[in-house]
Design a binder for this molecule. Structure first.
Ligand SMILES: NC(=O)c1ccc[n+]([C@@H]2O[C@H](COP(=O)([O-])OP(=O)(O)OC[C@H]3O[C@@H](n4cnc5c(N)ncnc54)[C@H](O)[C@@H]3O)[C@@H](O)[C@H]2O)c1
Length: 417
């Protein structure tokens, strides 16, 4: 099942639980706008290269649309569509005043030079500058993009619209980025893990963790979990997969990676087969890389007791059913990885206020938002008698439905009178 079908299925199930009107349900599913643009750039060797860029704006009932931009060879319109929809529910779950969007360019960022990436980002921005904006749609980094990418978008956008730092979040600190934004998704994942484990009388310290992906989300989650006394016993990225029963020294691994080393060459662990990572023995499994990695093939072999969906859509619905039957507790993506969008919201607020917060304030507010969302999800699970994924979906969908309903009622009032 592809990402769009899976997300829509979760949405429909939530709509049914909530007893939503079928017309409202249909209108919530259809994206606000889908944009597809051709981006042609001269490569460093003078030849031309063409790429396809996407932006799907899903819903703006609760505020400007918000979502990441990813650079990945497998970016396709269906997946971007699903991720945009997920952002609508995620911003609602997190209770930040945004709608949902997502975008990307089908490219392999690792095969492009820095100047080629800059040209590609600027061309993409030229093509979509009329459709994004501080109060319409605010992009952020995602897989394959980072604060540098956001700086290029901000600069290119500002050529058309004047100085507009709040048009993107995840910017470098010197350009109006927020302290704590870089770590925010990983930190939110850590807070979410803490909240979930506490429900079961457990804590991060004393638990074992397996992490897939060592990029922005995975590496921060690993570091913060390590700081809290959690034992990261296996970890993998595209360059290799490693394990150490006694716990990987995450700060040493960070140092190794920051010096250009690959995971497989790290001395403090042994290399293992990548296919064994997700089914490795552990208390908590954190997929922090791609979507769809847990499926009907590997789900029966998962040994983790808890899965924290740090990546977007890592568990397909078939795997979800299998895991539920096995008694594995899955903390859903639309809550677990919301730390990024929450601190993006703080960054946007700071840009609009022209006032910079201290990092302690950012982290403290993030903690409050993550905890309060967890309590709200738990309350939904109780009132709807459902699992955490449906608890989060019903919470998000209900908030968007209420906002939509209010506006629809008002406009029909204006038309009729
Ligand atoms: N960055 C954010 O703020 C943010 C926020 C919410 C959700 N997410 C989601 O988290 C996930 C990771 O995002 P990121 O920003 O860390 O991206 P990133 O590009 O920084 O890192 C991705 C990591 O995944 C690894 N990876 C890629 N393919 C893999 C494979 N087949 N097997 C194992 N590892 C693989 C890469 O080597 C890298 O370590 C994505 O699903 C993204 O949508 C990110």
């Amino acid at each position: 099942m592809n990402a769009l079908a899976a997300t829509s299925r979760n949405f429909r199930q939530a709509a049914r639980l909530l007893g939503l009107d079928s017309k409202l349900e249909k209108s919530l599913l259809i994206p606000f706008r889908e944009i597809k643009v051709e981006c042609t750039i001269p490569k460093d060797d003078g030849t031309l290269a063409s790429f396809v860029g996407f932006r799907v704006q899903h819903d703006n009932a609760r505020g400007p649309m918000k979502g990441g931009i990813r650079y990945h060879p497998e970016v396709d319109p269906d997946e971007v569509n699903a991720l945009a929809q997920l952002m609508t529910w995620k911003t609602a779950v997190a209770a930040v005043p945004y709608g949902g969007a997502k975008g990307g360019i089908g490219c392999s960022p690792g095969d492009l030079s820095r100047s080629e990436l800059e040209r590609l980002t600027r061309v993409f921005t030229q093509k979509i500058h009329d459709l994004i904006g501080t109060h319409t749609d605010i992009p952020a980094p995602d897989m394959g993009t980072n604060s540098q990418t956001m700086a290029w978008i901000f600069d290119e956008y500002s050529k058309f619209h004047g100085h507009s730092p709040a048009v993107v979040t995840g910017k470098p600190i010197d350009l109006g980025g927020s302290l704590g934004r870089d770590a925010a998704t990983g930190r939110g994942v850590m807070y979410a893990t803490e909240a979930l484990l506490a429900e079961y009388g457990k804590s991060i310290s004393g638990s074992t963790f397996v992490i897939q992906g060592f990029g922005n989300v995975g590496s921060w989650a690993a570091q913060l979990i390590h700081e809290k006394g959690g034992k990261v016993i296996a970890l993998g990225d595209v360059s290799g997969t490693i394990r150490n029963k006694a716990g990987i020294d995450v700060p040493a691994l960070m140092k190794h990676r920051n010096e250009g080393g690959q995971l497989k060459d790290f001395h403090g662990a042994e290399v293992m087969d990548a296919s064994e990572l997700l089914v490795h023995e552990c208390d908590v499994l954190l997929p922090c890389a791609l979507g769809g990695v847990l499926n009907r093939e590997n789900a029966p072999d998962v040994k983790a007791k808890f899965i924290i969906e740090a990546a977007n859509h890592p568990t397909d619905p078939e795997a979800d059913e299998i895991l539920t039957k096995k008694g594995v507790v899955v903390l859903p993506d639309i809550y677990a990885n919301a730390g990024g969008v929450i601190v993006s919201y703080f960054e946007w607020v700071q840009n609009i206020q022209g006032f910079m917060w201290e990092e302690e304030k950012v982290n403290m507010e993030l903690h409050k938002y993550m905890n309060s969302a967890f309590q709200n999800i738990k309350a939904m699970c109780k009132s709807q008698d459902c699992n955490l994924r449906m608890g989060a979906f019903t919470l998000g969908v209900n908030r968007v439905a209420r906002a939509t309903d209010t506006v629809v009622d008002d406009s029909s009032y204006i038309h009729h009178h």
